[in-house]
Design a protein around this ligand. Structure first.
Ligand code: PBG
Ligand code: ZN
Length: 319
């Protein structure tokens, strides 16, 4: 009999043997920025998460800076929406202004911007629409415009989440032509059509007006196809590829880690956060221990980058 318990018998040896250790720099914290003034709106289904107007962003950015995490991911919530999502690539769009504000006041914070149109379109879909159809190729130039405009505002990394085919190549070419050859792309590559995005759509006001996202986001039954999506995005020039959501998809993440030699990200999404917060609020689980266990599992499965609403709390728990 081999005695595994020798290396488990007290905290000192367990700490030496620990294979996976979380670090503040592992985390990217999503922030919702809304138009208007003096706003700090709680997101009902995501306790601890708020929509901030730019004049109150300091309240959260001070904490981000203090926690010294990897960075933030910005989601803009415009007041004005139209079928083309024009506020997504407007020079004075809400996200562009938030990026400029951060560049000026928090130059040390790394800014990832989500590239997608659903928060900005009146129909709430991630691309251009004709009747009930979500158009692919017609959408690409708009995504490129959005990425370039946010790069011009000073964003550090572009993260396309729309799931149109060919968008990574299009955005790479657009960024390069505009002189942003150094801006990395983190592609939401294996992004599944998931019920776990429910709370986010309340937070970002991005629920589709008709139909669903199944004609562009992936079927959650498909693991092989996820690997093909990832391979395609790497081929198109993605610097980091993502699996989303996290917990129900750790098999996909692990498979990707074994298959590809590129940095992987995982998005611990809004519904995953909401479930943990709800159970914790009821006293049914220990939030600190559950969150630490979940985030460690994501890293153990192969994630280099973890996008999570728990980021700031988790840093406090790392000890
Ligand atoms: C926009 C986008 C979504 C999320 C990230 N970017 C929502 C969606 O695709 O409907 C989900 C994030 C979360 O649930 O936390 N396309
Ligand atoms: Zn979208």
């Amino acid at each position: 009999m081999y005695r595994f318990r020798r290396l488990r018998q007290d905290g000192r040896i367990r700490s030496i043997m620990q294979e996976t250790r979380l670090h503040p720099k592992d985390f990217i914290y999503p922030i919702f920025v809304t138009e208007g003034e003096n706003i700090r709106n709680p997101v009902e289904s995501m306790p601890g998460v708020y929509q901030y107007s730019i004049d109150r962003l300091d309240e959260i950015l001070v904490r981000v800076k203090e926690a010294d995490i990897g960075g933030v991911m910005l989601f803009g919530i415009p007041t004005q929406k139209d079928p083309q999502g024009s506020q997504a690539y407007a020079e004075d769009g809400i996200t562009q202004r938030a990026v400029r504000y951060m560049k000026e006041n928090y130059p040390e914070i790394y800014i990832v911007v989500d590239i997608c149109l659903c928060e900005y379109t009146s129909h709430g879909h991630c691309g251009m629409v004709c009747g009930e159809e979500i158009l692919n190729d017609e959408t690409l130039p708009f995504l490129v415009k959005m990425a370039v405009s946010l790069a011009e505002a000073g964003a550090d990394m572009a993260a396309p989440s729309d799931m149109m085919d060919g968008r990574v190549a299009a955005i790479r070419e657009g960024l390069d032509l505009a002189g942003f050859t150094q801006m990395p792309i983190m592609a939401y590559s294996a992004k599944f059509a998931s019920a776990y995005y429910g709370p986010f759509r309340d937070a970002a006001h991005s629920a589709p007006e008709f139909g669903d996202r199944k004609s562009y986001q992936m079927d959650f039954a498909n693991g092989q196809e996820a690997l093909r999506e990832i391979a395609a995005d790497i081929e198109e020039g993605a610097d980091i590829v993502m699996v989303k959501p996290a917990l129900a998809y750790l098999d996909v993440l692990k498979e990707a880690a074994l298959t590809f030699d590129v940095p992987l990200a995982v998005y611990n999404v809004s519904g995953e956060y909401a479930m943990v917060k709800a159970a914790a609020a009821n006293g049914w689980i220990d939030e600190k221990r559950i969150v630490t266990e979940n985030l460690t599992a994501m890293k153990r499965a192969g994630a280099k980058v973890i996008i999570t609403y728990h980021a700031l709390d988790a840093v406090g728990w790392l000890g």
